[in-house]
Design a protein around this ligand. Structure first.
Ligand code: DAT
Length: 174
């Protein structure tokens, strides 16, 4: 039993996961778990992929290192994948979406190598993350939100904050 929900904030790199999690953490007190950071800090990987410039994640080691923290609740899980977390851990999955041109600009500004940039643009166009979320979790807990502008981000934050308050009321923990 947890008295605060666990929320996955997912989506293609560049959609705004980190920005949403930081704002939500400030507003709600939920903890921002940056999975990229955990993979790096706790060594949950099998080395560095030069072509895509990212860690090759060891999912078993990652889950082991989250096992103590996540089940107790109150986590905003920030990652570009979502289907490895056990269903019993998760109360809401937010999939952020952006237009191709916006995503291109954001990833280009990050200096992504061409192969990685193109792979992520394709993934966003082909609905990879929303499909992964719908396959892994019940439809009722999966929400798709757009994040092209700061106004949309504000609306998203308000909406998720309201959802957290309602979850706490429903679970007698507000
Ligand atoms: P992610 O964690 O999904 O990789 P991010 O939070 O680091 O993405 O955001 C990538 C960049 O885009 C960063 O410079 C902040 C900006 N950004 C994110 N969401 C935005 C939004 N809704 N409106 C405008 N800029 C946004």
């Amino acid at each position: 039993m947890r008295d605060s929900p666990n929320i996955i904030i997912t989506g293609t790199p560049g959609v705004g996961k980190t920005t949403h999690c930081e704002l939500l953490s400030q507003r709600t007190g939920l903890r921002h778990l940056s999975v990229n950071q955990i993979v790096k800090d706790k060594g949950c990987h099998e080395g560095w992929d030069e072509e895509y410039s990212c860690w090759i994640v060891d999912e078993d080691r990652l889950l082991d290192s989250l096992e103590d923290e996540v089940p107790t609740g109150g986590c905003l899980i920030d990652w570009h994948a979502c289907d490895l977390f056990p269903k019993r851990w998760i109360d809401l999955v937010v999939v952020l979406r952006v237009d191709s041109s916006t995503l291109y600009d954001r990833l280009n500004a990050r200096g992504y190598p061409e192969a990685k940039l193109q792979e992520n643009l394709d993934a966003e166009l082909m609905d990879v993350l929303i499909q992964e979320a719908r396959e892994a979790y019940d439809d009722e807990i999966v929400v798709e939100l757009t994040s092209n502008t700061s106004e949309e981000m504000e609306e998203n934050i308000d909406r998720i904050e309201e959802w957290i308050k309602r979850w706490k009321l429903d679970h007698g923990s507000s």
